[in-house]
Design a protein. Structure first.
Length: 153
């Protein structure tokens, strides 16, 4: 078992596990962790996983996630699990669930969309799950399915 250990257990914080392989850096982006950040973060990328083949893991110490951050993670990685760690124990574990609609979170790729004009209209996408996440703009029907993290506002 010890030979399997890549990063050590954390004392307090959040482990975002079963992140879609290749999405760990986008999870950091969602969490606002960037050069200069003071937080203690461990990331593991492309490790073997029984359930998923390959997965990423992000551990952030001394921090619990906001609802909005969890919703954003669910869009780029619908299989992710959130584990809350207190005093080394997993005290809470849940799967992220993509919301039905995402409002004011992503920029519509259609420059002519009403949500991109000077009108006071917040972007709004309907979320569907078919072979991963698909988002359809409520106003112009433009579909977003790849590189969703690149459209985060
Ligand atoms: N973890 C951690 N620090 C702790 C406790 C757990 O970093 N003090 C991590 C584990 O390494 C794992 C995740 O949190 O990546 C969930 O822990 P656990 O529920 O013990 O693991 P599993 O049973 O493998 O989880 P699952 O059933 O969700 O696959
Ligand atoms: Zn649109």
């Amino acid at each position: 078992m010890e030979r399997e250990l890549r990063v050590r257990p954390i004392k307090d914080g959040t482990v975002i596990d079963h992140v879609k392989a290749g999405q760990a850096l986008n999870v950091l982006r969602i969490l606002g962790i960037k050069p200069g950040s003071k937080e203690i973060v461990s990331i593991v990328m492309n490790v073997p996983s029984k359930k998923m083949g390959k997965k990423d893991i992000v551990k952030v110490e001394n921090r619990e996630l906001r609802e909005e951050e969890v919703a954003q993670i669910s869009l780029i990685s619908p299989e992710a699990t959130i584990n809350i760690i207190r005093n080394y124990e997993v005290v809470e574990k849940y799967k992220v669930t993509p919301p039905e609609y995402v409002i004011g979170m992503l920029k519509c790729p259609n420059v002519n969309c009403i949500s991109n004009t000077s009108e006071p209209v917040e972007s709004k996408f309907m979320v569907t799950r078919e072979n991963g996440i698909k988002l359809r703009c409520y106003y112009c029907e433009r579909v977003l399915s790849e590189n969703i993290a690149d459209h985060l506002l």
